[in-house]
Design a protein around this ligand. Sequence first.
Ligand code: G6P
Length: 489
Amino acid sequence: MHMPRAQVVVASNRGPVSYALRADGSLAAGRGGGGLVSGLSAIGQQGGGEGGAVWVCAALGEGDREAVRRAGRRLDPGDTGGHPVRMLDIPPGTFAAAYNGVANSVLWFVHHLLYQTPLEPVFDLEFRSQWAAYETYNATFADALAEEAAEGACVLVQDYHLALVPGMLRERRPDLRIGHFSHTPWAPPDYYRLLPDDVAEQVLRGILGGDRAGFLTHRWAEAFAACCAAVLGAEVLGAEEGRATAVRFEGRTTRLGVHGLGADADFLRERAHRPDVEERMAALRAQIGPGRKTIVRVDRTELSKNIVRGLRAYRRLLEERPQWRGRVVHIAFAYPSRQDLAVYRDYTAEVERIAREINSAFGREDWQPVALHVKDDFARSLAAYRLADVALVNPIRDGMNLVAKEVPVVSEHGCALVLSREAGAAAELGDEALLVNPYDVESTAQALHEALLMDTAERAERTKRLAAAATALPPARWFLDQLRALERC
Ligand code: G6P
């Protein structure tokens, strides 16, 4: 069958839809979350029909694989909001080694500075076989993208899962305009060089195979440029003027772009006022009890989110400032993430243990200091955003952190934001937030205290300014800006 080739192709590991296999053998499709989905919707609208936009992603589980077997090259448009989506059925062993073994356990750890270095990382033979799988997985994407893209098309490759794709695709299709976007931080050179030398080189060469390399903040773009200089000896342009604008290596130039993804205000405000959110608000209010303040956090249970130190800081607040006992509740949502990895399972257990410990140390018949919820519920997250007095966002390191941007947008009566200075969002929200060093539990406790004391008028004013900064670049524009910039390359 003739398949039109696309002018715009997006590639990411996780796609806009995921499938679950029901007991009766049928498939249930669910919409994938995140800014990327709304971003692609914008492209779909402007470039639909023959030659429009296609999204290429990986099958993540058995449901997805079954959907690919049934659908063939394109998923059923009824499941994808009408967007053409090609899902790649990469063999499970190869996928697991690339996704869990390399992307999540190595590249993610490097960029977020997560290793406990006396014992890890260890790059041994097992790593080498995982790395070979990562190369295969990237090559499978490059093959599919080469097939899907029309002459001169723009290809937008997302994230550390697909770091080798721009270079591989360039070899297959020199006519294409290729961009890569990192949604994570980028490691500083000394830390980046924990990677085996050849792997460190390959990742940078992979991204430099593209015409553009995009990042969420200048800080991450600078770190990438510094790694290119340190590891490859590449030339960094713009450095003399104080800001890296491009990297030149082996005769090619890759432009650096900074696109600070913002919150989707229209979507959030509408979604946050639906009946299911009102219901969750009533339930949360009942759990909190009358007259009490709330400190809210909403995260995936992700090592980089620093949930354990957040709880420790809350504990210190209750120890040091007894006036808050009985007068505040910490609502902590820690949703499951990457449970295939033992270190994530252990981390989840530690979060639960410390929440229990705080509750048994300080709790009273009429007051439970921590309300921890571990089951994912978007409506409940929005309900918590609406009623929060304080939001705690204290990651060790984070590409952006959209929770910090979403809370002020839907907050009902103003919310003080305690924000890690290591989150990308701090670059845009730092003036109005209370910034903390995420490792410093004492000063985080102090910031929570100040946030709880912030007077209502100041809180409302700051929240207004936070919301304006947080929505400066909504997802659809974030995506289109990158596309336009790539078209100009
Ligand atoms: C976060 C990061 C993204 C990354 C995603 C992967 O959202 O900001 O950079 O692509 O995690 O998560 P996953 O659940 O697919 O492993």
